[in-house]
Design a protein around this ligand. Structure first.
Ligand SMILES: [Zn+2]
Length: 302
């Protein structure tokens, strides 16, 4: 038998009946705003000021503690938890966490998975979901993503497996994920946007009463292309080297525009990375060393 993995969580049961919402951070070990946000939610719902709750909350600040303690996106086995679900009971450390995490997801009625770009990427604040084949689930996900109230709402291909969201997809559980910058910071605005966003979704699900803020959603994009939603593959680096971006998050780019360059140590070899799409820069690699083939930027196409 492999050693059992632990996922530390807090359950909050409301006085009134209602749905069971799961909120998670730390699927990746280097994404800090989600961890801080979930801790704030735990404090709120355990305090005397707790809103009256209908239903049940499961709050997990750090799903992937071995990755967190490894100061890295992944645990020491190098497997990405968001590509390993539903995992296996007897596998490597990440496979076992994936197995346990998948069971927790399957026990919920709704699911919010909080992320950031981690150490090496930055992402425009957004809420995303998969384009589920069941129209009722898809509509619920659209509603949750809009209620979260970040500037971008992005629906992408439902065909990727291994993810927390694919476990929810297969179990028919409406689920969203969110992104807020990254580069291994713990941004205060990120924490407060995430905290407010989770409460907004709870309100939209009828779990708490809340005055909803003004709508901050600026752009809703749904992209059915199979490769959509794959942040690690878009605009792959043409060589291993030093990436110097020519653009910033949120910039408008057109076909043929320079996204950046990748060069060798002395700068004697340099390759330009050119946009093949019209849209805005949704994600950008911010850690300068890049292996060949690694995604440098996702462009949100209009
Ligand atoms: Zn992540």
């Amino acid at each position: 038998m492999s050693e059992e993995v632990k996922i530390q969580s807090v359950e909050v049961k409301g006085e009134n009946s209602g749905p069971h919402l799961l909120v998670t951070g730390g699927v990746h070990g280097d994404e800090f705003e989600p961890m801080a946000t979930v801790r704030q939610l735990i404090q709120l719902f355990q305090s005397d000021d707790s809103p009256e709750l209908s239903g049940r909350l499961t709050l997990i600040p750090v799903v992937n503690e071995p990755a967190y303690q490894n100061s890295h996106r992944t645990a020491p086995d190098g497997k990405d938890l968001a590509r390993t679900c539903p995992g296996s009971e007897e596998g490597t450390i990440t496979e076992r966490i994936a197995f346990k995490f998948s069971k927790i997801i399957q026990s919920a009625d709704y699911f919010i998975d909080l992320h950031t770009g981690g150490t090496t990427i930055s992402v425009l604040p957004m809420a995303g979901y998969v384009l589920h084949s069941d129209p009722e689930i898809l509509d619920k996900q659209r509603e949750m993503a809009k209620a979260f109230n970040l500037p971008i709402v992005w629906g992408t291909s439902a065909e990727h497996d291994g993810r927390s969201l694919s476990v929810a997809r297969d179990a028919g559980i409406p689920a969203i994920y969110t992104e807020y910058l990254g580069s291994a910071t713990c941004n205060k605005d990120g924490i407060s946007s995430y905290y407010e966003g989770c409460l907004n979704v709870m309100s939209s699900l009828g779990m708490i009463e809340r005055n909803l803020p003004e709508n901050e959603v600026k752009q809703v994009v749904e992209d059915r292309k199979t490769e959509s939603g794959h942040m690690q593959l878009s605009n792959p680096s043409p060589m291993t080297g030093f990436f110097e971006p020519a653009v910033q998050l949120g910039d408008q780019v057109h076909v043929g525009d320079l996204i950046g360059t990748v060069c060798n140590v002395l700068g004697t070899e340099k390759i330009s990375v050119i946009s093949k799409a019209n849209g805005i820069i949704l994600t950008l690699k911010t850690f300068s060393f890049v292996p060949e083939g690694e995604g440098l930027s996702v462009i949100l196409e209009k």
